[in-house]
Design a protein around this ligand. Structure first.
Ligand code: G
Ligand code: G
Ligand code: MN
Ligand code: NA
Length: 254
């Protein structure tokens, strides 16, 4: 298959790069972290969006070696910023279900942390609710091992995936990232407004932090702040950008 071969080549040629989107703490206004987002800087096709190749990478299993490479790059970048004296922030990396299921995942993460010198407390892994559809005991055990490395675990796209919420009390999680589809019509839509308020309240009673994704308007930001949402991410505040463009706003506040 054409595109599949291109993915192999892209990995060999080291064409996968990361852009970083800042995430802000609503209490202090400081940058709390960045989310690493993959881009394919293709010699042939230019900059390719993940929407165009992540699904195929998942289908073919290429997401596993690509994800490992990306995780290493993200940790290297985070360590570089720390060494350069930037304010300490968390580096959040998306982990696909297929990666999560790899037998040697935890050893792999541990050796990436060791080789890059990044302390685990600066790494956050974003998993989706799809992980909750796997064997409960195995997932819980794996998450515990990940957390023993000091890593923060968040649920990405929260509210769009799994139908049962029971996993929230079974698993050692830290953060719920409210999917941007709930934020889009925030304030105008009474339903979405109710859902967002309910997610924040539920998260707090479960001792989880909340990050709202896809914040695009001041109105949404004010609503989220007034309703106790801890962190925000979205185009209003900052778009995903290459490392060189993100690093001078690392000390910025909102
Ligand atoms: O950055 P952008 O909005 O174009 O990302 C589109 C989708 O690709 C999002 O769903 C995002 O979670 C996913 N994505 C981006 N980077 C990565 C990555 O490094 N690994 C995985 N598994 N998914 C990613
Ligand atoms: O699935 P995940 O949550 O990882 O997706 C992250 C994607 O969301 C990235 O591709 C990023 O470009 C996109 N994104 C980030 N902020 C916004 C925003 O404010 N609006 C929209 N439409 N997309 C956003
Ligand atoms: Mn994400
Ligand atoms: Na996300």
């Amino acid at each position: 298959m054409q595109l599949e071969q291109s993915l192999h080549r892209a990995l060999e040629q080291d064409e996968f790069i990361l852009h970083y989107q800042p995430r802000f703490d609503l209490k202090t206004g400081a940058i709390a972290g960045v989310e690493a987002l993959i881009r394919w800087d293709s010699a042939e096709h230019g900059l390719v969006s993940p929407q165009e190749f992540i699904p195929l990478a998942e289908e073919t299993g290429m997401i596993v070696p690509i994800g490992e490479r990306i995780l290493r790059k993200a940790c290297e970048q985070a360590k570089r910023w720390i060494d350069a004296g930037k304010p300490p922030i968390r580096m959040a990396v998306n982990l696909s279900l297929l990666q999560f299921k790899q037998v040697h995942l935890v050893e792999q993460i541990a050796s990436i942390l060791e080789e890059t010198g990044l302390p685990g407390r600066y790494l956050e892994l974003e998993i989706t609710e799809s992980v909750a559809s796997q064997n409960e005991k195995a997932v819980a055990e794996r998450l515990r091992e990940i957390k023993e490395l000091g890593i923060t675990v968040s649920i990405d796209d929260f509210g769009t995936g799994y139908s049962s919420l029971s996993y929230l009390r079974q698993y050692p999680l830290d953060v719920l990232k409210i999917d941007r589809s709930f934020i889009r019509n925030l304030v105008q839509s009474p339903d979405d407004t109710a859902i967002v308020k309910a997610i924040i309240a539920m998260a707090h009673s479960l001792h989880l932090s909340v990050c709202a994704e896809g914040v695009e308007t001041e109105e949404q930001l004010v609503f989220l702040r007034d309703h106790g949402c801890g962190e925000v991410q979205g185009f209003l505040l900052a778009k995903p950008k290459p490392a060189e463009e993100v690093e001078h706003i690392l000390a910025r506040t909102i």
